[in-house]
Structure formats: structure tokens, C-alpha cells
Design a protein around this ligand. Structure first.
Ligand code: F6P
Length: 324
């Protein structure tokens, strides 16, 4: 293996830049050439390569986003269209590919190996933390702390006005982000897709009324975007309870900001491990790096690609007691 390529794919996540920095410097430190693919799979289809050297990744460890940029590409799902990418990989003399991205973008990388045999190694990076095969994805910790800061701020104004606030967070169709933010933010109610049967407006209304009766000055509900629209739930709750209810959609602020130490460390460790792994791989190999039980873990992509991460039901149930 002489030349590898690295790209960022799917939704960006804070910590992707430390991962790119680790990949480039580990590759060069191991005698490999490294090309950056700009704009993810979309850029790969257009042959958007740029040579990377140690100075290409200077001054980025503390920057959110990704210097290689990322563009979601539906075209890459099409095997015929993917041939364009393979012509570019061949002309750029790429022997191995690393992709830094979320659950959705793992399939594209696996397809490269299945279609061409080129070895690939995946680095899990997403604020959703929904990638099976790792306890944590790059960016998740930063997004949790953005959400937590928002909850603490909203709790101030909710208390001043004795209001209920619904805070809608990202996470696509999972509740990992909402659960972590709700639990550590002291939310009275956490609404997540994995426990959709619990999202009962009447029961929630009764809980809110009960809370104010026992002297609570505010109620915070953390709601995952996969459950529905916080604006709808707020209107229904206010109608039933008669209590002033407001909502805030955190949206894309959860995707930005300087990465926390945890997000940086995962980026650095995963980037280093991915290059070391890729270097030893052979034609037809596709793997993924992750962290399990606080230890780095390399998995065969075929063993993880179609598995779903389970929500921490224990933490979810714990919060029901804390919010009495
Ligand atoms: O996958 C990360 C994520 O932020 C999800 O939480 C969110 O639903 C989605 O990306 C938004 O996608 P886009 O950036 O394409 O609007």
C-alpha cells in the first residue's frame, strides 16, 4: 500500500478535523502518500482529489466542521454511477480509502470494497451516535454539551415565567442525543422514538400539572426530532394543561462549534488506528474502527453494517425516577 485517500461524508460533526489531521500525519509518518477527497462521495464522483501533507492539516484540531467539506450524494447508491468514482480512484493510484462519517455513509464505503476490492476503513463520526460497533461516535459529546448548555439557559427563563419548554434536538430516527441531554439536563420528560409508546400527551400533561402543584417553577421536555414536531406537542400540551408552553428547536447549532476534548480524542485515536489498520489490509477487506468499553476496537464491516445500536433503556427508566 503506497497511497491512500481520506474523505468526510454525510452530516458533518465536530471532531472530523482532528480525525483528518490524525489520518494525514499517521499516513505520512508511515511512509504513505495521502490524498484528500473533497465534498465526500459527490466529490469522489467528480474526481475532486487534493494532495495532503503535514502542513495541510495545521491549525485545525480545534475547528468544527471539516476542511474537506462533505456533500450527501444519492447518486453514489447507484452501482453504474459509482463506476465514475472507480475510474478516478484508479487514475489517482489510490490503494486504500478511509471515510469519516455517519451510519448512512458506511454503506457507500463498503460498496467501494465490494465493487472493486479496494480496502477501506470507516471512522464513525456523527452527532447522532447511532453507529453499531462503537460506544461513541466523533462529534456526539460536543453536540450533547451544546444541548446541555441550551437546556440550562432555557431552564432560567422557564423558571422566571413558570413555563413548560419543549426542546427539540437532532438525532434523525434515534434518541441517543435526546436521552443524554435530557438525563444530564434534568429534564422532567424525555421523548424518544425508541420509546414512542411512552409519548402520551395526556399522561405528560398530568405529570406537568402534578409538577407545578408540588411547587416546580418550570418543566423541561427534551424531544428527539424523530418523535415529531415540538411545535405540535407544545400546542396540544398548552391546550390540555392551560400552562404556558413554549418550544425551541436546537437544529444545526448542534452540528457546529469547537470540538470538546472527548470529540477531539476520538478523532485523533480513530484516525491513527484507521491508518494502521488500512496499511495491513488486503484486497477485499473492509473494516471499521470504534471504541468499546473504553478500548479501541476494529470490526469487520460485514459483521456490523446491518446492525442497529440499542438505546440505553436503563438510563431512560432512571430518568423517570429522577423526574418525580
Ligand atoms: O446525521 C446528523 C444529522 O444532523 C441528523 O441528526 C439530522 O437529522 C440530519 O443530519 C440533518 O441532515 P442535513 O444536514 O442533510 O439537513
Amino acid at each position: 500500500m503506497k497511497r491512500i485517500a481520506v474523505m468526510t461524508t454525510g452530516g458533518d460533526a465536530p471532531g472530523m478535523n482532528p480525525a483528518i489531521r490524525a489520518v494525514v500525519r499517521t499516513a505520512i509518518g508511515n511512509g504513505l502518500e495521502v490524498a484528500g477527497i473533497e465534498e465526500g462521495y459527490s466529490g469522489l464522483l467528480e474526481g475532486m482529489f487534493r494532495e495532503m501533507d503535514v502542513s495541510s492539516v495545521g491549525g485545525i484540531i480545534n475547528r468544527g466542521g471539516t476542511i474537506l467539506r462533505t456533500v450527501r450524494s444519492k447518486d453514489f447508491h447507484d452501482r453504474e454511477i459509482r463506476q465514475r468514482a472507480y475510474i478516478h480512484l484508479e487514475s489517482a493510484k489510490i490503494d486504500g480509502v478511509i471515510s469519516i462519517g455517519g451510519d448512512g455513509s458506511r454503506r457507500g464505503l463498503y460498496a467501494i470494497t465490494k465493487d472493486t476490492g479496494i480496502p477501506t476503513c470507516f471512522i464513525p463520526a456523527s452527532i447522532d451516535n447511532d453507529v453499531y460497533g462503537t460506544d461513541y461516535t466523533i462529534g456526539y459529546d460536543t453536540a450533547v454539551n451544546v444541548g446541555l448548555d441550551a437546556i440550562d439557559r432555557i431552564r432560567d427563563t422557564a423558571g422566571s415565567h413558570e413555563r413548560t419548554f419543549i426542546v427539540e434536538v437532532m438525532g434523525r430516527e434515534h434518541g441517543f442525543l435526546a436521552l443524554e441531554i435530557g438525563l444530564t439536563g434534568g429534564a422532567e420528560v424525555i421523548m424518544i422514538p425508541e420509546f414512542k409508546e411512552d409519548v402520551d400527551i395526556k399522561k405528560t400533561a398530568a405529570k406537568l400539572i402534578q409538577g407545578f402543584k408540588r411547587g416546580k417553577s418550570s418543566n423541561i421536555i427534551v424531544m428527539a426530532e424523530g418523535v415529531g414536531l415540538s411545535s405540535d406537542v407544545a400546542a396540544k400540551l398548552e391546550k390540555i394543561t392551560g400552562l404556558e408552553t413554549r418550544y425551541t428547536v436546537l437544529g444545526y447549532i448542534q452540528r457546529g462549534g469547537t470540538p470538546t476534548a472527548m470529540s477531539r480524542k476520538l478523532g485523533l485515536m480513530f484516525g491513527y488506528e484507521a491508518v494502521k489498520t488500512l496499511k495491513g489490509m488486503k484486497k477485499g477487506d473492509s473494516r471499521m474502527v470504534g471504541i468499546c468499553g473504553n478500548k479501541l476496537k476494529v470490526s469487520e464491516m460485514k459483521n456490523v453494517i446491518s446492525k442497529e445500536r440499542a438505546i440505553d433503556a436503563y438510563a431512560y427508566k432512571m430518568n423517570k425516577i429522577f423526574s418525580l
